[in-house]
Design a binder for this molecule. Structure first.
Ligand code: FAD
Ligand code: SIN
Length: 536
């Protein structure tokens, strides 16, 4: 049942750094409705620890940041997108500071402490101790509210609305249907421009650093609507999450390794030098694979991150959140090395966009983790994600303004039609399928892949997709069902992209690679209409 229709200039799906950066700008020239599927502050952004990479250091330069990003990206970055992100980054970070963000200060001429992470040749990560994301959310939520953005919390976007479904000849996206998860009603939101900023999909994997909202909804919705997506084989596994049954893969920031943390195996050996000359500060794909290999070689459950030589005062000052959280789980980082394992962290691919954040569907923009701008290529450089969200959220607002100025009045949109669906009565099916997908993705489509494992995953997912579709059409929508449907769709896209890439590159590492296949460019899953203008 639909009891509410909303019409605005701009519809934003997502309240993380990308959606909020967009909304703050767009609200200056039009009405903005912003949907968040849970509370407005629940997002990947809010959990970010390390910080935002941007060129501020006295020895640093745009060229070095660009170079580091391209090296981490394994030859698949879109250089123009990297250049835009790196060169516009410092201005966007300063704007955050002007909006009131309190980053960690020091006595340098810049005035703010810069930390270091893997793959960066310089200290260039601006941060708020180890709670950077929370500070960014706090700042942007305040600015968006002050700018008059209308928030719709607990509004779960279900499907994008296409003009073609309303009888028009264009593929234009004119809005979205969303489930109010408190009332169970489905509302329609119509806008001149729609911005996808729904974040990542870590929940596709059994072990992930991501919070529960990260189920790949935007990616699945855009794909169903016909937008092109790309590079989904490149799932980044963060090397270090706390290994404890109740810690829910609590992240142990890479900044700890940046400040001198050493990875050891259970025997106490510092093993990274055996894998890469950059040791603990090699890019993430290398470190995560090295840990995986060390665990398999020795049959251990976890590796250990040793920070004892840094001293308690330093740890408490720089990493207060991590220090106290570890302590609550019984680990004193100042006294002993803590157990760590890799977990799914970030989706490098996504919905293809150009440098103006336009997807291949008119009226639909995308920014942040859901988008594939080409900045990350085959592997994202640490702390480049918040940066990309800031830069492209802002760029999307400029683009949307132009779209709104030219847009015809959106056509009338019919209410959501539940057809003959009845209230769900088999929650167990949703749970079973959800668990199965997350297990099989972890086991078959994880850090190390083979053709056989991918084929197995594909067969299982094809079966599950049939069951899930049947369930979706038979029952009234609820949040669990919607997330499961999207999770399954994203899992299939990841596998499809992984099967296309026969070489090991960046985050896609396959034991089936014999070395005699030619290097592969971007894996593009074509949408409707087939994109011609997205080179990488
Ligand atoms: P998010 O911040 O994830 O926001 C997504 C929003 O979309 C949420 O509001 C959610 O409710 C909404 N949403 C999703 N689906 C729907 C739907 N169907 N309907 C309505 N709303 C929906 N990156 C860095 O650069 N530096 C770091 O230090 C860093 N640390 C990290 C630490 C952790 C633990 C994690 C998980 C990630 C970290 N990252 C870091 C990555 C970075 O935080 C994310 O990539 C980035 O915040 C994504 O921002 P976003 O705006 O695209 O999406
Ligand atoms: C971290 O703090 O290690 C996360 C940084 C990132 O994902 O960019």
């Amino acid at each position: 049942m639909s009891d509410m229709r909303h019409q605005v200039d701009y519809l934003v799906l997502g309240s993380g750094i990308a959606g909020l950066s967009f909304a703050v700008q767009a609200a200056r020239h039009g009405s903005v409705a912003l949907l968040a599927k849970r509370s407005r502050s629940e997002s990947n952004t809010a959990y970010a620890q390390g910080g935002i990479a941007a060129v501020f250091g006295p020895q640093d330069s745009f060229d070095q940041h660009i170079h580091d990003t391209l090296v981490a990206g394994g030859g698949l970055c879109r250089e123009e997108a990297v250049r835009v992100t790196v060169t516009e980054g410092p201005t966007r970070v300063r704007e955050l500071i002007e909006l009131g963000a309190e980053f960690t200060r020091d006595a340098s001429p810049f005035g703010y402490h810069l930390t270091r992470e893997g793959g960066h040749s310089q200290r260039r990560v601006v941060h708020a101790a180890d709670l950077t994301g929370m500070e960014v959310e706090r700042t942007l939520l305040g600015a968006a509210a002050a700018a008059g953005v209308q928030f719709f919390e607990d509004h779960h976007a279900i499907e994008l609305i296409l003009a073609s479904k309303l009888g028009a000849s264009s593929e234009r996206v004119v809005g979205a249907y969303a489930l109010d998860t408190r009332s169970g009603h489905v509302h329609s939101f119509v806008a001149k421009a729609v911005v996808l900023a729904t974040g990542g999909a870590g929940k596709v994997y059994l072990y992930t650093t991501n919070p529960d909202v990260a189920t790949g909804d935007g990616l699945a919705m855009a794909h169903r609507a016909g937008a092109a997506v790309a590079n989904l084989e490149f799932i980044q596994f963060h090397p270090t999450c706390l290994y404890h049954p109740e810690a829910k893969n609590f992240l142990i920031s890479e900044a700890l390794r940046g400040e001198g943390g050493i990875l050891r195996n259970k025997a106490g050996e510092a093993f990274m030098e055996r894998y890469d000359s950059r040791k603990e500060l090699a890019p993430r794909d290398v470190v995560a694979r090295s840990i995986d290999s060390e665990l398999k070689r020795r049959g251990d459950d976890s590796a250990f991150l040793d920070m004892t030589h840094l001293g308690k005062a330093f740890l408490v000052e720089h990493f207060p959140h991590i220090y106290t959280t570890c302590l609550a789980f019984g680990f004193d980082m100042a006294v002993a090395a803590i157990p760590v394992v890799p977990a799914a962290h970030y989706v490098c691919g996504g919905v293809c966009t150009d440098l103006q954040a336009r997807t291949t569907l008119p009226g639909l923009l995308a920014a942040g983790e859901v988008a594939c701008t080409g900045v990350h290529g085959a592997n994202r450089l640490a702390s480049n994600s918040l940066l990309e969200g800031l830069v492209f959220g802002h760029r999307a607002a400029d683009t949307a303004r132009g779209i709104a100025a030219e847009s015809p009045r959106p056509p009338p949109v019919p209410d959501w039609d539940p057809g003959g669906a009845v209230p769900p009565d088999e929650g167990v099916i949703v749970k079973q399928n959800w668990d199965e997908i997350r297990h099989l993705m972890w086991n078959y489509v994880g850090i190390v892949r083979t053709d056989k494992r991918l084929a197995r995953a594909q067969r299982r997912l094809d079966n599950l997709a049939g069951e899930i579709q049947e369930y979706y059409w038979g029952y009234l929508v609820d949040r669990d069902m919607l997330e499961l449907r999207n999770l399954a769709e994203v899992a299939r896209l990841i596998v499809a992209c992984a099967q296309e890439r026969k070489e090991s590159r960046g985050l896609h590492y396959t034991l089936s690679w014999t070395g005699d296949v030619p290097p592969r460019d971007t894996v593009l899953v074509r949408g409707r209409p087939a994109p011609s203008a997205w080179p990488r």
